[in-house]
Design a protein around this ligand. Structure first.
Ligand SMILES: [Zn+2]
Ligand SMILES: [Zn+2]
Ligand SMILES: [Zn+2]
Length: 275
């Protein structure tokens, strides 16, 4: 399998739109891996995760024709992950799709449904070019050759998800979540899942956290400790810290040094991992 990290930041991006902080100043100066766009990932060039405000830029930068993408999983409705106006630009008054082009299948929770307001057949646009599929917590569905499980995230929207994605390998994409609730750990344990790759929320980097809903290096370490105890990961598992905020007080190089000491790899925009 392959994961391409198209964007790796939290809501503000790095450098943030309006900011004088040292992380943003450094990113403006050094650029390269210090610059992060809003989080989005592409699995095996065909399964998109999230549709945030930088989707247009990602399509340009990574040479992706979104008209050829048939499936998109939405984690939750915060605007760094779900930019509905551009999603609706798939309608035929804006997009010249080849005859026979299938609809873009968009999967997500009830929150996503409430935003998309699909018709009774699930279609979001009148020309039927975007089709919504509702997912329930712990539901498992087949998308082409993939098996996808929606897990409840611990985050401050009403129905946020993170996703388990399985084909030859098994991965967990877990951003905008805190440490899972017991019922989620129990579910994963009952499924006897062993993850080959895990990508975890590191919004707050080296800053301490006094609120629920995101993680930092410290909480990521605890998250991984629980996963190891439940045999969900082992020393072979690739663990990535991802979804960084400028408020997390780390530059790319510094994040790599901290990650090295803890056994985590650090994502950057454009990173491709074959696993
Ligand atoms: Zn986010
Ligand atoms: Zn900043
Ligand atoms: Zn969020």
């Amino acid at each position: 399998m392959k994961i391409q990290f198209l964007g790796t930041s939290a809501a503000e991006g790095i450098p943030a739109l309006f900011c004088h902080c040292s992380v943003c100043n450094q990113a403006r100066k050094e650029k390269n891996r210090n610059v992060r766009t809003r989080s989005q990932a592409l699995i095996d060039d065909c399964l998109l995760i999230d549709f945030g405000p930088d989707t247009f830029f990602h399509a340009l930068k990574y040479d992706i024709n979104l008209a050829d993408i048939n499936h998109c999983l939405i984690t939750h409705v915060h605007d760094d992950h779900f930019y509905i106006s551009d999603l609706k630009a798939r309608r035929r008054s804006r997009a010249n799709l080849k005859p026979g082009t299938p609809p873009l299948n968009v999967y997500g929770s009830l929150d996503v449904q409430n935003e998309l307001k699909p018709d009774c057949d699930g279609f979001v646009t009148k020309d039927r070019s975007v089709l919504y599929h509702q997912l329930l917590p712990f539901s498992e569905l087949k998308i082409e050759d993939y098996s996808v499980i929606a897990l409840p995230a611990v985050h401050n929207t009403s129905n946020p998800f993170v996703y388990v994605i399985k084909k030859e390998k098994t991965m967990l994409y877990a951003h905008d979540t805190d440490i899972f609730e017991d019922k989620t750990w129990k579910f994963l344990q009952s499924k006897k899942i062993k993850f080959d790759l895990v990508s975890l929320d590191c919004t707050e980097g080296k800053k301490s956290i006094d609120y629920p809903g995101h993680m930092n290096f410290e909480r990521m370490t605890l998250f991984c400790k629980i996963m190891k105890q439940l045999f969900l990961i082992d020393e072979e598992t690739l663990v990535f810290a991802n979804h960084f905020s400028h408020n997390g007080l780390v530059y790319y190089q510094e994040a790599c040094e901290i990650g090295n000491s803890l056994g985590f790899s650090i994502t950057y925009d454009g990173l491709v991992v074959n696993f």
